[in-house]
Ligand binder design. Sequence first.
Ligand code: ZN
Length: 302
Amino acid sequence: MTDTPLIAGIELGGTKCVAILARGPDAIEDRIELPTTRPEETLAALERAIDGWRGFAALGIASFGPVSIDRGSGEYGSITSTPKPGWAHTDVARRLGNRYRVPTGFHTDVVGAALGEARWGAAAGLADLAYVTVGTGIGVGLVAGGRAVDGLTHSELGHVRPPRLPDDDWIGGCPFHGACCEGLASGPAIAARTGVKGQDLPADDPAWDGVVHAIAHLLYTLVLTGVPRRIVMGGGVMVGNQFLFPRVRAQMKALLAGYVPLAEIEQADSYVVPAALGANAGPLGAIVLGINALNETSFTAA
Ligand code: ZN
């Protein structure tokens, strides 16, 4: 891996930030972790740590969202409409890019994780995949032809609204949409509904039925729209409750009802799979964003 340049990668998460100086998963030269507090305090602490790093060729930032990825916009590189206190309209990528003067890639944490899993993890070698996180929120990073599926902005599939289970009229936990997928199946939604954190809720608790139903609808929608070749799943709710995997696979197949008659879907054990990069998935995704920014710059220069 010595031919891969040294890259600085930052995962800016809702509760913590992880930054690594690395060439890839087997060549991590430094790693720092700090809590996400107020924007100025958090970004200044990151800068103090990264200021000591030398020789990195590019910087990648994978951030919680929503973020502005429109390079023509004055808000490019910022977190936009987050309900997280103090963080709405916070510039991240322009600030850090100007400070370190290297090609800088910026995208959502889920797109970063998708690119990382496609390069080194559970979807290695695939150019079309989705990464789905079910944790503090629900997010989808969709990659087609090796690139993030971006348009007007990045996709927000975690907020699609599944039909409700009969007799379920809970209002849901999303401040924007109530009972969207994130509002029904994220960690905070499970806790708000049951009074028990997801990791402590027994596998036979009936509350899981609604969670599985919402996640399976998301996967069903993904198969029909983004047509990923594999769906990689991470996030605290999935990682902490492995029994969810067979349940969401089975319900996804039931919802598709044989309409996509491909072996990949029928053999769902290898189609909907756990993420492989573990605790470094976020920052390694940021490393790929940095590598891509470097390659785009070289291409433009040539
Ligand atoms: Zn929502």
